[in-house]
Design a protein around this ligand. Structure first.
Ligand SMILES: [Zn+2]
Length: 332
């Protein structure tokens, strides 16, 4: 057997060990992690499949995860607690069926002996979420390290949404909020000017149609609302600050319309990413109701946000007009 073939066999054996090892994934500390999970309200609520992997230390099927062949630039974060874990420039294709990285963001990933006694498990250092395993000395890259990670344990922050000055921060420094308050041009006009807002995008959310177009949303058949996704730096502003502004630049008492724009896609809603956002939104609605406003704003769970066509982005700034149906009114 040539050296080349020996190396090939060695790699195949390692892969086999990894695959069979995955079948034995235990849940020896799952209760512990679950307990931590219950105590931390800010953790994202997991789907049953996410919980199987992240809490019960399962493994997603090889070649099935969304980040396996993914090559965009940005930062991979913990699905459960948002901590930053891996940078895209550490990612390489090990052809093993899972996303592979040869380095982690310093301090972000904890190595622990696996229950199988052979492998080394990797966890999110902040919340203990199961990520996968780490393998050393395989010769893939000069760092001789392969963090083999389940796609489902991670989220991805595009470099386009990251403040370049904070690329190396171990903790995710951005947060996201999604609002619907009538024509999205006007909401974006005000939101993008807030201190601490890193970027905004207008789009569609809340409905059932994938990749909806403006025409489809206007037809009223998709269930989507015109919405804005606001990415902000929690060190400079807060969800509450932005939510307060939201209630003061649109009229939260108008049902199924905003000014001259009529239709269910223009109704008032906050799409919340976690319990904290829901509590803050509810608090603001209660404050307004105490002041006599008959608020109709809906509190909903954030789901998929579909970016709108380019010509809708920063519409007023590009066209030099002022919003026709939004304006600041002090309400709090
Ligand atoms: Zn985490």
């Amino acid at each position: 057997m040539s050296t080349h073939h020996k190396i090939k066999w060695f790699v195949l054996c390692l892969l086999f060990c990894h695959l069979t090892g995955c079948m034995q994934d235990g849940s020896h500390t799952s209760n512990q992690i679950q307990a931590q999970n219950n105590n931390k309200m800010e953790y994202r609520k997991l789907t049953p499949e996410e919980e199987r992997v992240i809490v019960n230390k399962g493994t997603e099927a090889p070649f099935s995860g969304k980040y396996e062949k993914f090559s965009e630039k940005g930062i991979y974060t913990c699905k459960r607690c948002d901590a930053r874990l891996f940078r895209s420039d550490s990612k390489f294709d090990a052809q093993c069926g899972w996303p592979s990285f040869d380095d982690a963001i310093p301090g972000a990933v904890k190595r622990v002996p696996d229950a199988d006694g052979m492998r080394t498990e990797i966890e999110c250092a902040k919340c203990g979420a199961h990520l996968g395993h780490v393998f050393l000395g395989e010769g893939f890259t000069p760092k001789e390290t392969r963090y083999c990670v389940n796609s489902i344990s991670m989220d991805f922050e595009s470099i386009l949404k990251v403040d370049p000055a904070k690329m190396n921060d171990p903790v995710k420094m951005t947060d996201t909020a999604i609002f619907s308050g009538g024509c999205f041009w006007g909401v974006q006009y005000y939101m993008e000017k807030v201190k601490g807002v890193i970027s905004t995008e207008v789009g569609y959310t809340g409905g059932h149609k994938d990749h909806p177009t403006y025409k489809e949303v206007c037809s009223g058949t998709t269930g989507h609302l015109e919405a804005i996704e606001v990415v902000f730096d929690p060190a400079q502003t807060s969800f509450e600050n932005i939510a307060r502004l939201f209630f003061e630049i649109h009229d939260p008492t108008e049902l199924n319309h905003q000014g001259p724009d009529w239709g269910e896609q223009y109704r008032s809603a906050v799409f919340c990413r976690n319990d904290e956002q829901k509590q803050v939104t509810q608090k603001l609605i209660n404050l307004l109701k105490e002041k006599g406003y008959k608020v109709v704003t809906e509190i909903r769970n954030a789901g998929m946000f579909w970016k709108a066509e380019d010509y809708h982005q920063e519409y007023y700034d590009k066209n030099g007009h002022m919003p026709y149906c939004h304006g600041y009114v002090k309400r709090f």
